[in-house]
Design a protein around this ligand. Structure first.
Ligand SMILES: Cc1ncc(COP(=O)(O)O)c(C=O)c1O
Length: 452
């Protein structure tokens, strides 16, 4: 069925959405599954997928420009990844790296040592998710510095477990009901170039980047947050859930300087922006940034659960028992990761840069056409499109964004919102120009149909 559908190279919607089979699964889900999953208004019930195509349970075929929220970096069920998983699953599925050894752990840790934006030598802790990678980084920073304050940014998303939740600040729904935050975190406005949150006085002649740096040095360090008590600054080099907002020039190097001057660690969260998504292996590489600790997950294993916290080796001098995970670094997930990295290095990071630039120029043309697109931004295949009532007022239009998301879905294009009023483009990194042309045509039509 997929093979025939593939030949079309276009989405194909045959039923109402959601279709009859999808509706019964959604009903069962609403009865038995955690209702806190932040699912969008459109309802996709996936059955199978290959490459950039997803087929739902009713036989509708979608072009996927979300990749399971920036996870399926090599596309759905890449044949080489599937083969690597199958081969490993037939040999050793689990052994528990906390108590025993197997070759895959040092193999991937050595590969990460080669590619991560952290000064070598490094050591890696293996986890199962992004939030666990972040938890590891937070514990490690406290352990290594003997300090316990953190600085994070408004609009950030670092996970939903209690430690990472103390950093996360992209939506109130993530916080409400959970009382005071578990960790001592102070938040700084994120230097969004399109919506500079700082006054002219804060910025001097350095724009939003300087505004944020001045905020930390001139306000926090002189009032609530003594620099010598700060364990780490935690930053996404491109804010993900907050709206796909890249760091402005000069900001990350400024954070690096502040950290170096005060013995503060720089934790870079590359969970969403890493593994080729931005057209380089890591978003930090665009800024020549070296972190002390980097957090990775999502795209690292093409869909198998794997997180990694990679740190300067000298920081990771904690003793046995300080931190470990039963499933983290499972051999099957690592086999998928090693194959994923091989594919990324062979061709997909380059494809992300090339096809990303092509997609971005197409989105910029749509911006010229539609006054409701306020901003098109981002590197590689991590692109944000921000919707506004009109470009001169820049007034956010979250309802329009939601309508565009829904209209795209109804036309067979999977896109997801990010931030209050943006759409994120985070397709599989195998996306080609022909896919882009199809996606842009649908997006254009969806916008036209959504403007009231
Ligand atoms: C930047 C960033 N950090 C951390 C996380 C948390 O990852 P997970 O959902 O795997 O716990 C996410 C998830 O979206 C993320 O985008």
């Amino acid at each position: 069925m997929m093979a025939t559908a593939f030949a079309l190279k276009k989405p194909q919607i045959k039923t109402e959405l959601p279709g009859p089979k999808a509706r019964s699964i959604i009903e069962a889900d609403s009865q038995f599954v955690n209702p806190a999953y932040p699912r969008p208004a459109f309802k996709l019930v996936a059955q199978r997928a290959a490459g950039v195509w997803v087929e739902d349970v009713d036989g509708n075929l979608f072009l996927d420009c979300n990749a399971g929220v920036a996870v399926c970096s090599t596309g759905h069920c890449h044949p080489e990844v599937v083969a690597a998983i199958q081969e490993q699953a037939a040999q050793l599925i689990h052994m528990c790296g906390t108590d025993f050894y197997y070759r895959q752990m040092p193999e991937l840790a050595e590969k990460l040592d080669e590619i991560v934006p952290v000064a070598r030598p490094t050591k890696t802790h293996f986890a199962n998710s992004g939030t666990e990678a972040v938890e590891t980084a937070l514990k490690l920073a406290m352990h290594a510095t003997g300090r316990e304050k953190f600085i994070a940014f408004f609009g950030s998303f670092h996970g939903r477990t209690l430690g990472s939740l103390s950093l996360t600040s992209s939506k109130i729904a993530q916080r409400i009901g959970f009382k005071r935050q578990a960790l001592d975190v102070v938040h700084v406005p994120y230097p969004n170039d399109y919506r500079n949150p700082f006054s002219a006085e804060d910025c001097g002649d350095g724009g939003a980047a300087q505004g944020a740096l001045n905020w930390i040095e001139n306000r926090l360090f002189k009032t609530t947050t003594p620099a010598e008590e700060v364990a780490a600054i935690v930053i996404e080099p491109v804010q993900g859930e907050g709206g796909y907002v890249p760091s402005p020039k000069g900001f990350l190097s400024g954070l690096r300087r502040i950290c170096d001057e005060h013995g503060i660690l720089l934790i870079v969260d590359e969970v969403q922006s890493g593994m080729g998504r931005t057209g380089k292996m890591f978003a930090s590489d665009h800024y020549d940034l070296k972190a002390d600790i980097v957090c990775i997950a999502k795209g690292i294993a093409s869909g198998l659960p794997l997180g990694a916290c990679v740190s300067r080796a000298d920081l990771m001098d904690w003793k046995p028992g300080a931190h470990a995970s039963t499933f983290g670094g499972n051999p099957v997930a690592i086999a998928a990761a090693l194959k994923t990295i091989e594919l990324l290095e062979r061709e997909l990071v380059a494809n992300s840069a090339e096809v990303g630039a092509y997609l971005k120029s197409g989105l910029e043309k749509l911006k010229d056409k539609h006054n409701c697109i306020g901003d098109v931004r981002g590197p590689g295949l991590m692109l944000g499109v921000e919707f506004v009532t009109d470009r001169s007022s820049k007034q956010p239009d979250p309802e329009l964004r939601d309508r565009v998301e829904m209209a795209s879905f109804e036309r067979g294009l999977i896109l997801l919102g990010a931030g209050p009023n943006s759409i994120r483009w985070s397709p599989p990194l195998i996306l080609n120009r022909e896919n882009v042309d199809v996606a842009l045509e649908i997006f254009d039509d969806a916008i036209a149909a959504s403007i009231q």
